[in-house]
Design a protein around this ligand. Sequence first.
Ligand SMILES: Nc1nc2c(c(=O)[nH]1)N[C@H]1C(S)=C(S)[C@@H](COP(=O)(O)OP(=O)(O)OC[C@H]3O[C@@H](n4cnc5c(=O)[nH]c(N)nc54)[C@H](O)[C@@H]3O)O[C@H]1N2
Ligand SMILES: Nc1nc2c(c(=O)[nH]1)N[C@H]1C(S)=C(S)[C@@H](COP(=O)(O)OP(=O)(O)OC[C@H]3O[C@@H](n4cnc5c(=O)[nH]c(N)nc54)[C@H](O)[C@@H]3O)O[C@H]1N2
Ligand code: SF4
Ligand SMILES: [Mo]
Length: 698
Amino acid sequence: MASSIVYSLCGMCNTRCPVEIHCEDSGPRWICGNRHLGPGTALCPRGAAGLGLYADDERPQQPLIREGERGQGRWRAVSWDEALDHTAARLRAVMDQYGPRSLLFSERPGPYSDLSKAFVRGLGSPNHSNHDDACAHNVNQAAYSLTGSGRSQWRYDYKNCRHIVVQGRNLLESLQVGEVNNVLAALEKGCRLTCMDVRPTVTAAHADRFICLRPGTDLAFNLGILHTLIAEKLYNASFVAEYVKDFEALADFVRPCSAIWAAGECDVSAEEIVTLARQLAEAAPAVIWHGGWMSTRYAQSFMTCRTAYLINALLGSFGSEGGLILNAGAKDAGRKGLRSFASLYPAPAEPRADGVGWKEPAFAPGSSLLHKSFQAAVTGDPYPLKAYMTLKHDPLSAMPDPEAQKACLAHFDFLVSLTFSWSDTAWFSDVVLPMPSFVERGSLLQVKGGARPMILRRSPAAAPRHDTRPEWWILGQLARRLGLPELAFDTLEDLWRFQLEGTDIRLEDFRHGAVSLSETPINPGPRFKTASGKIEVLFTPWEEAGIPSLRPYESPARPGPEEFRLIVGRHACHTHSHTQNNPLLHDKVPVNEAWITPERGRALGLADGGMAVMRSAAGHSGRIRVRFTPGMNPDAVFMLHGFGHTLPVESRARGLGLADQRFMCGGLTKEDELAHGLALQDHFVRLLPCTDTPAKED
Ligand SMILES: Nc1nc2c(c(=O)[nH]1)N[C@H]1C(S)=C(S)[C@@H](COP(=O)(O)OP(=O)(O)OC[C@H]3O[C@@H](n4cnc5c(=O)[nH]c(N)nc54)[C@H](O)[C@@H]3O)O[C@H]1N2
Ligand SMILES: Nc1nc2c(c(=O)[nH]1)N[C@H]1C(S)=C(S)[C@@H](COP(=O)(O)OP(=O)(O)OC[C@H]3O[C@@H](n4cnc5c(=O)[nH]c(N)nc54)[C@H](O)[C@@H]3O)O[C@H]1N2
Ligand code: SF4
Ligand SMILES: [Mo]
């Protein structure tokens, strides 16, 4: 029997871990981490379940054109030629009538976005958007406003760290494999871990100290830490003198925010705050206060993230071993990077429909606010949006209030979805252009920044099991039909050769899936791309526009006596909402539950393991199993995101659990006051006793 190994990249989440796909005559049989890239490579449960996705027939299998009403699920299966001709003609018709700017495109961003950005730019629309207004928008703007670099340009040097603080970041479950390995290695070497959450997590279980606080009060906690660092002169004075601009403004701002004041806000003791500040000062500069990732939770999340970075600044951890280090790219290694598709075209001169770049000044490059584009589609202000393409993005699950979103989508003449699994958004589209799983798909080359930057390659390990096509091919074929033939490539190799042009790297160099750009680790040191070259406490473009860069804390509302604040998060076995129907992952975690404190549960007449009705303020309701969870904050009810599937084409996941986004009524207009990321956790629900159980619950 012939066997082979294909070196590729996992596609079960956006982390793209390097993998080996072991194949036999009968097809792919085994996936594991790429051992050529070091002993730390491994897969999480979702990566290993890539073979489940590959084998699954409950995914779109051929191009589909809608026959019935939107969302009704009546489709006509068509050839690729017909699907592409139809899509190109519909896009052309919209752009002819309303101008190219009426095209909205959204996707999970990443290195592969280079081609889709080129596609949207080449057509003349400024409205390429990402999912970040529901993910990392606030923390990204926070990093950018202080350091001139976005959040993912800073890497956390866990391995050499002496004290890690995670705040609303469930490192060991909402995971990236490499990061988990580095954190566990640091803990083995004696690094302290402090976890701040509103509920116990796996990360909390590994922590030296778990601080359970009242939801939405992290900003008060951080102000208390900054106050203590300054009042007790625990900060790194020489780093601050050299690298922090407007320190006095910060000192004035936090002067009233004593640990005693903060403790009252957060439902913790003042001693916890003071002790943590002192411990951090002792371990500095090899300390990390994680700035956050899924930071679009509250109206003050941007300020919370800014204060997290400011704590790192006062401790001198920027640029230090064991702290926050700038990711090195090809240029830092003295090498030429990949040739870009997007730079084939000038940036469109039109203003963006979401206001980024004009209404909202000085956001980090590549920022967008998709919920504002949805509002623009409704009002026609600043101009109509009429065609909407989604790629790797399921806004109906990944943005609040699907019913309100559908009302926005009604204003679009044409909706098209590129996806490898069914999703609520694909189901609601006019055309579905299906992609193969990552096992059957190659992608653009990507530069991965880090201590040792490298170029990584995803290669197909098997022919597609269905009549599906990779996104580079689909976009290229549409581009060719729309007058951009330079974006169309017949083979993956041609596409890769375009990217490698001008470098000294050849396709043969990717024998094991990667080409390293530097033999030795690179630390560019403390380097800030701000006007002053320092961390700027006051963000000049905002101050000039009358937007305060230090906005005072406002106490978040407490829930009413019978209410809970809705808190959401992830599980290690699922990625957002697209793995719940995976045959290998479904059984592991088939349903989500409502976590509450036993005391509040009993007071409401609920039983541990029993069913309850969850009801939103706007009256949306559904049944969910209650899990009594000692050690939670009593204001919170926690549920995993991604459940409550309703599509008839997903037999395994259908009908199990509840979809958190449906309980976020009115959520498209709830956002951070300054940076405007969505405030997904500014929603309250009630839990009522219920006796009957849904048919498929057990
Ligand atoms: N209510 C609520 N909303 C949330 C969150 C929450 O916890 N609760 N979390 C937020 C966060 S942090 C995020 S990142 C977003 C996630 O939101 P999304 O990015 O929309 O979520 P996914 O489920 O990862 O992917 C969406 C779709 O893209 C397809 N897909 C995934 N990878 C690929 C790929 O490589 N190529 C192609 N063509 N398709 C792909 C999948 O089939 C899936 O249908 O949701 C945000 N919104
Ligand atoms: N397995 C898995 N891993 C993933 C993903 C996935 O879908 N599955 N998605 C990836 C993506 S796109 C993202 S953005 C990241 C997200 O990574 P995280 O930002 O870590 O996301 P969450 O799982 O939402 O976990 C955040 C934690 O914040 C806590 N929390 C909620 N409110 C508060 C609060 O007010 N204060 C504090 N201190 N804590 C609070 C929640 O209880 C939860 O435990 O995960 C990434 N990794
Ligand atoms: S973290 Fe898991 S799912 Fe994500 S790319 Fe890595 S192995 Fe795949
Ligand atoms: Mo995210």
